[in-house]
Design a protein around this ligand. Structure first.
Ligand SMILES: Cc1ncc(COP(=O)(O)O)c(C=O)c1O
Length: 377
């Protein structure tokens, strides 16, 4: 094997995302012991910085799970849904389906409310489902990566709370790319990960947990080990992880969180994502026969899904992917399972344009202009 063969592509998929040179270099910082005083030098600022990016304070605990966003999500289901209680999983796409699958596979009594690809959560339908299932917890996706739909998180949480349930939110593909205002959001838990808008390698699932969720978890039996929010919290309160962390990633994360807060600025980061989203929308509108999937008002600041013209097949999109690889980019030819379903149903398939993390508006523009002739061939 030769590492010379590893292509250095600029990633425009929806995660993992492009990593800045400074963060690649931070991967060379010294390893450390995770129960040693060196640990807190990294994880202390990481934990407090994540709160600042989320827009919360001591009202939410922060836990870093080894693994990725899924590990944080699974812990919420395992720790917060008691035997005999119902969890309602609201899905607007593949990742809403994933939360449901986690609940089912952990033996929870689970119901699902599903919306068609491209739709956002409709509050009237949600209310009917809340009345029908009377859930103790409701999971939903803030930003559905398979369709580029962003749900109105505050409104959904408010409705869920009106019905006395705890809202468990998956924010994997938006955290770090848009204002969250977590303290005012109504979420009982909010899960995310490192490899999307935070522009780091994958390796930690991040979970924000409210005090009420902690109190609820104490009453739930069989929470597992790594999926136990209470066990995790014991370590998190000391700025540690429950199990041995990836110290290379911890070094990179300490540098990146500091950069986001003190060099780029949190608000500037969020504003840059809006600029990149708007650039992407303008590009899509300039292409004949291409169409934004998400409805106005629910278009994600981090990922845009696009209906391609009729007749443009998945096979053709694979060729586009290879043509973009030759230009130094990794292109996203749509969420596989969804496109297979759409193609089989005779409907137009989708591509996804990622615009999250540390890519700049200039990089997005250059990418889109390199993509244009490939899509129009
Ligand atoms: C919205 C959403 N939820 C959950 C996940 C799963 O997260 P992870 O791959 O970090 O486990 C993803 C990954 O793409 C995602 O986009």
């Amino acid at each position: 094997m030769s590492t010379q063969d590893f292509a250095d592509l600029t990633l425009f998929i929806t995660g993992p995302t492009y990593i800045r040179p400074e963060i690649r270099e931070a991967g060379q910082l010294p390893e450390f012991g995770h129960r040693d005083a060196e640990n807190v030098k990294r994880f202390g600022p990481i934990m407090s910085g994540l709160r600042e990016i989320a827009g919360c304070a001591a009202d939410y605990h922060v836990i870093l799970f080894n693994g990725s966003g899924s590990n944080a999500m699974e812990a919420t289901v395992r720790s917060l849904v008691a035997d005999g209680e119902c969890v309602l999983n609201v899905s607007v796409g593949a990742f809403g389906d994933l939360y449901h699958k986690m609940a089912v596979q952990n033996g929870k009594k689970a119901a699902q409310l599903k919306f068609a690809p491209g739709e956002a959560i409709d509050l009237a339908r949600l209310e009917a489902a809340l009345n029908e299932h009377k859930p103790a917890c409701v999971t939903f996706t803030h930003n559905e990566t398979s369709t580029g739909v962003m749900n109105d998180m505050k409104a959904v949480c408010a409705l869920v709370r009106k019905h006395g349930a705890l809202p468990l939110v998956d924010g994997v593909s938006i955290f770090g790319g848009a204002a969250l205002d977590l303290s005012a959001s109504g979420a009982a838990t909010y899960a995310t990960s490192t490899q999307k808008s935070l522009a780091l390698p994958a390796g930690f699932g991040i979970l924000f947990v409210s005090d009420e969720a902690v109190e609820k978890a104490k009453k739930v039996q069989n929470r597992g080990f790594t999926t136990d929010i209470i066990g995790q919290l014991g370590r998190a309160q000391k700025n540690q992880t429950l199990t041995t962390p990836n110290t290379t990633l911890a070094n990179q994360m300490a540098v990146q969180v500091d950069y986001i807060i003190n060099t780029e600025g949190i608000q500037n980061r969020f504003a840059r994502h809006i600029v990149m989203r708007d650039l992407t929308h303008a590009f899509v509108r300039s292409l004949p026969g291409f169409e934004l999937l998400a409805p106005e008002g629910h278009r994600s600041p981090t990922v845009t899904a696009v209906r391609v013209p009729a007749g443009m097949t998945m096979a053709r999109l694979k060729n586009v992917k290879e043509a973009m690889r030759a230009k130094g980019y990794l292109f996203d030819p749509g969420y596989g399972k969804l496109n297979t379903d759409l193609e089989e149903a005779g409907q137009r398939v989708l591509i996804r344009l990622g615009h999250m993390g540390d890519v700049t508006p200039d990089m997005v523009s250059a990418y889109l202009e390199a993509l244009r002739p490939e899509l129009l061939k």
